[in-house]
Design a binder for this molecule. Structure first.
Ligand SMILES: *Cc1c(COP(=O)(O)O)cnc(C)c1O
Length: 391
């Protein structure tokens, strides 16, 4: 039978994720599949963990990629570190905070929501005030991808420690692209995703947990509700020493080829330039693109000081059909950007500034194509972009 199949197009991925996957990473993905208990794969796992610790800026032994997308990381976080009846302060200032609150409620937590308008960070004083009434955990989205806002964590770790509570964060879009220091900031556990600033295909959730979080796990009287995400079992597979054993025990079959890809993607993140330099590059790229799009009439949603460098959320120029422009961008120019979600549907463009896209060339392509679609001359926006990169 002759089936006609859709050819996979080559797109420039400048949306909210997945992001550009470099050829090096795609080639790693296509390496031969080997057995997941093969000693060579054990070595690859260890190397991946070492690189991941560097990216997270942590010494946590319990650092590993959870098998599943970023949302699996969220499930793992809640399944391991939130018990039914726990009082959990949850920051909600966008779609991912909403999702977290939903996940916590499903886990039987007593959820205390501390909200901010979509597009703003949450005043940390309000999170601290909610913590004063007692809590078992605080959960915040460090990088709110639905709006392009970075949430400050100042004082949150101390407040949690004072009450013997855990500080848990979603850093899906900050890992590798926005300043993030798990150990220095006293974060007890965190999860991320591979398809944002790490420039790896989706399918894994980098995860890290410190001693205070693991102690809570050890105190459990009966096993948690999730078998697949039970960290004590998963650690027996990834880091047997951490789980009190010596030999790696089969738990599930790791997505072998995705691990190869993640290892290669992490090498780019931590070896090609110092992590601080990568953060700075994202900052410069963010502002250069904001200035260029500003010439076209786009305004950033996040106010100064609250912006998330890897995700630029801007209002589209007045009087245009934003969805039509995005579709033309994709189908005529092979460039993907994302639209708004929830209350921001039709009101926001979300442009990824993630790893390989935090560079002048892809940004020039985007600005040039947008000018063509909007009937604008590209000179001024391109000059603003170049100026931003020089600054
Ligand atoms: C992308 C994202 C997720 C979910 O990741 P998936 O890979 O889509 O499951 C969670 N939180 C944030 C902040 C994200 O940006």
């Amino acid at each position: 039978m002759n089936r006609t199949l859709t050819e996979v197009p080559r797109r420039l991925l400048l949306g909210s994720g997945p992001s550009i996957v470099p050829d090096r990473v795609l080639e790693a993905l296509a390496s031969p599949t080997i057995g997941h208990m093969d000693p060579a794969f054990a070595a690859i796992m260890s190397e991946t963990i070492d690189l991941l610790r560097e990216a997270f800026q942590t010494e946590n032994l319990a650092t590993l990629p959870i098998s599943g997308t970023g949302s699996a990381g969220m499930e793992a976080l809640v399944a391991n570190f939130v018990d039914p009846g726990d009082r959990v302060v949850c920051g909600v200032h966008g779609l991912f905070g909403e999702r977290m609150a939903d996940e916590l409620a499903r886990a039987g937590a007593d959820v205390v929501r501390v909200e901010a308008e979509w597009g703003r960070a949450i005043d940390t004083e309000r999170l601290l005030a909610a913590a004063r009434d007692g809590l078992d955990a605080m959960v915040v989205v460090h990088a709110e991808t639905s709006t392009g806002v970075a949430q400050p964590l100042d004082g949150l770790a101390d407040a949690c420690r004072e009450q013997d509570a855990l500080l848990l964060i979603d850093c899906v879009t900050s890992l590798g692209g926005h300043p993030l220091r798990i150990d220095d900031w006293g974060v007890d556990a965190a999860f991320s995703g591979t398809q944002k600033c790490l420039n790896c295909p989706p399918g894994l959730a980098p995860f890290t947990a410190g001693d205070r979080a693991l102690a809570k796990l050890d105190r459990r009287e009966k096993p948690g509700r999730s078998w697949y995400f039970d960290l004590s079992l998963v650690l027996g597979y990834w880091s047997p020493k951490q789980a009190g054993g010596t030999a790696r025990a089969y738990h599930h079959t790791a997505p072998i080829n995705l691990i190869y890809a993640l290892r290669e993607a992490l090498r780019i993140v931590v070896e090609d330039e110092p992590l601080e330099a990568a953060w700075e590059r994202h900052r410069v790229a963010h502002h250069a693109l904001r200035d260029a799009l500003g010439v076209l009439g786009c305004t950033r949603l996040a106010p100064d000081g609250e912006q998330l460098h890897p995700l630029l959320g801007v209002t589209p120029p007045d009087g245009i059909d934003e969805a039509k422009v995005r579709t033309a961008l994709l189908l005529e120019h092979d460039i993907e950007i994302s639209g708004g979600l929830g209350p921001l549907t039709g009101k926001l463009w979300r442009v990824g500034v993630m790893g390989a896209s935090a560079r002048p060339e892809p940004q020039e392509r985007l600005v040039g194509a947008l000018c063509e679609l909007l009937g604008a001359t590209p000179d001024e926006p391109l000059a603003a972009l170049a100026e931003g990169w020089r600054a």
